[in-house]
Ligand binder design. Structure first.
Ligand code: HEM
Length: 457
């Protein structure tokens, strides 16, 4: 190479560098390097929390591994809303989950997704679906979850909250989806082959799919007979499967099975993981825990009076749950820091501060811009079960914290297990202590007395 060629190459390189520097100056987010882009930053932060969204690159989605990662709300809006059609899940995703989820709402793009989304979206706005969720949650809390916690408290034995909540949320979502509670949260914590078939660690074996197939075929056939023989005046089934079946008689059994499996997948791990991280964060942040408990007490004092035995007779009803705005803020803050579906989102500021979700006077919950808080996704594919999830998580959180104080069992390590969903690697072993209702009440009274406000309480 002679001197003039070398000079030309150097000039071209220098021009590229200047051009690169100019472009980079206007970019937000992780540092961008020549040729490597933001890859070093991504690798560095792969195990920590960072506000990102991963989407397959348009047209190149067929090539496995080619994804774009962004943390800018404007890009998130572009991907999740404006050019939503350009960023499908893609054939690789579809192939991996096809055996389990078929062409269900979680595993389809285009018209197949749109049709199911529209049908489901209509059902998710009904008051009766909310009432159904409230019923399934309250029953499981009262008759099975609370007795298990009480016996753990009396025996002084730590319990794995991740396992208990997995069972509880599985029972709830089965009730809501096909109207039958498999009661996997029961004394003795029984094995259930339908539930274990969902276990992430279990391989997608033919035997496993066979179990699901048999279980669901029976349910669908029974429901078909019940719908045909239903008499006028009888209360109709209010689960999602029956709602789909009433819409059109000609859905194939295979389609209905996939509807059921997709809803169970949508609503089990997501709520469970949110709750698990919430209980852990609350046990580490006593200031926040006290505010949550005080809020529950204030509401119950108004709705059930000063006799504390009435507070724990029955789980909170919808109107009581609805008033717990600080609890909702604490759950949202948990999902911001530990999003149940981490591939879709991670968080920026690492401080656990529920107050950031409240109005300045702390009286109202203020939702964040959905492209900054993407734990429930955003745009056309936003989570349809968001309100139901809050109802369920608030009911469970309030039931536990009203009765118990939780501490992490000695020597237990809490670590993230990075997979499609953000489980805890070693579960969540918790010691269950009684909550002293009287002492919290006295503290609250003392505070109000100091402020000269007791007469209003
Ligand atoms: C804390 C709890 C929950 C979180 C964090 C959550 C999060 C999400 C996310 C991130 C998506 C988008 C998934 C994708 O990329 O395709 C989604 C979709 C969905 N979720 Fe949830 N979810 C929760 C609870 C629930 C519950 C309890 C239900 C049902 C009762 C539910 C029903 C759905 C459905 C049907 C979709 C599909 C929406 C569509 O594609 O049109 N979710 N959810």
């Amino acid at each position: 190479m002679d001197a003039s060629e070398a000079l030309m190459i150097l000039t071209a390189l220098a021009a590229c560098l200047v051009w690169f520097k100019l472009i980079v100056r206007s970019l937000n987010g992780p540092r961008v390097w020549p040729l490597l882009g933001s890859l070093p930053g991504l690798i560095e932060n792969s195990n920590s929390t960072y506000q990102t969204c991963t989407a397959a690159i348009p047209f190149l989605a067929r090539k496995q591994g080619l994804v774009t990662v962004t943390c800018d709300p404007k890009n998130l809006e572009h991907i999740l809303k404006c050019r939503f059609d350009n960023y499908p899940k893609g054939p690789n995703w579809h192939a991996v989950f096809h055996d389990l989820l078929g062409d269900g709402i979680f595993n389809s793009d285009g018209d197949t997704w749109l049709f199911q989304h529209k049908t489901a979206a209509l059902e998710f706005t009904t008051r009766t679906l909310r009432q159904a969720m409230s019923r399934w949650v309250s029953r499981a809390i009262k008759y099975r979850f609370c007795p298990i916690l009480e016996s753990a408290q009396l025996q002084g034995k730590p319990v794995d909250f991740q396992d208990l909540l997995l069972r509880l949320t599985f029972d709830n979502i089965c009730g809501l989806t096909f109207g039958k509670d498999p009661q996997t949260i029961s004394p003795g914590l029984p094995e259930n082959c339908f539930a274990s078939a969902f276990d992430q660690d279990t391989e997608a074996t033919l035997q496993r799919l066979d179990h699901m197939d048999k279980y669901l075929s029976e349910i669908i056939n029974t429901r078909k007979l019940e719908l045909v023989s239903q008499h006028q005046g009888e209360t109709p089934h209010d689960d999602l499967l029956s709602r789909f079946m009433r819409k059109k008689e000609s859905y194939s059994d295979e389609f209905l099975q996939h509807v059921v499996l997709n809803f169970i997948l949508a609503g089990r791990d997501t709520s469970l993981i949110g709750l698990c991280w919430f209980f852990w964060l609350a046990s580490q942040n006593l200031r926040v825990e006290e505010k949550i408990v005080t809020e529950i007490f204030t509401v119950l004092m108004e709705t059930r009076g000063a006799d504390t035995s009435k507070w724990i007779d029955e789980p909170l009803v919808f109107e009581e749950v609805d008033r717990l705005i600080y609890l909702k803020a604490a759950l949202s803050e948990t999902l911001r820091l530990y999003p149940s579906v981490p591939q879709d989102s991670k968080a920026y500021c690492l401080e656990f501060k529920p107050e950031r979700w409240l109005s300045k006077d702390n009286k109202n919950f203020e939702p964040k811009d959905s492209y900054r808080f993407v734990s429930f996704n955003a745009g056309p594919q936003i989570c349809l079960g968001k309100d139901l999830a809050y109802l369920q998580m608030k009911s469970i959180a309030a039931a536990v914290l009203l009765r118990h104080r939780l501490t992490v069992a000695a020597g237990h390590r809490v670590e993230q297990k990075t997979s499609l969903t953000l489980f805890m690697k070693y579960g969540l072993m918790m010691e269950v202590h009684p909550r002293n209702l009287k002492s919290v009440l006295e503290k609250k009274h003392a505070k109000l007395r100091k402020m000269g406000m007791l007469e209003f309480c």
